[in-house]
Design a binder for this molecule. Structure first.
Ligand SMILES: [Zn+2]
Ligand SMILES: [Zn+2]
Ligand SMILES: [Zn+2]
Length: 104
C-alpha cells in the first residue's frame, strides 16, 4: 500500500493522479501522461506504471521515476529545469489561470 503524497489516493488503485499541471520557470505546463513516453513502459499493452501504478493514459503520481518533464522531455525527477514545481491540483490551476477567483 502506498498513498500519493499529493492526491492522497492509493497509488495501486487510482487510475490517475488528480494533480494535472506543473509550473516550470513561471509557466504552467500540463503534465505528461503515462503512455506518452518513449519507450512506453508497457502502457500500450495495458500494464499499470511500474513505478507509481497509474493506468495507461493517467497522470503519474508525484515523483514517479518514469514521468517526463513537459518542458525538456527529460526524466522529470532528474532534469535540470529551474524552479520546477510539480503537482498543481485543479484548484491551483484555476486560480493561476484566472478561471474563477473565489475570494472568501
Ligand atoms: Zn497522485
Ligand atoms: Zn508513473
Ligand atoms: Zn525539464
Amino acid at each position: 500500500m502506498a498513498v500519493c503524497e499529493d492526491c492522497r489516493q492509493e497509488m495501486l488503485t487510482a487510475s490517475s493522479c488528480t494533480f494535472t499541471h506543473s509550473e516550470i520557470e513561471g509557466h504552467l505546463y500540463r503534465r505528461l501522461w503515462y503512455g506518452s513516453e518513449r519507450p512506453d513502459w508497457g502502457a500500450k499493452s495495458g500494464k499499470r506504471c511500474g513505478d507509481c501504478g497509474v493506468e495507461p493514459g493517467g497522470i503519474h503520481h508525484c515523483r514517479c521515476d518514469i514521468e517526463r518533464c513537459p518542458k525538456c522531455r527529460g526524466q522529470a525527477l532528474l532534469c535540470g529545469c529551474a524552479s520546477k514545481v510539480w503537482c498543481f491540483n485543479k484548484d491551483v490551476v484555476e486560480r493561476l489561470t484566472g478561471g474563477g477567483s473565489r475570494e472568501t
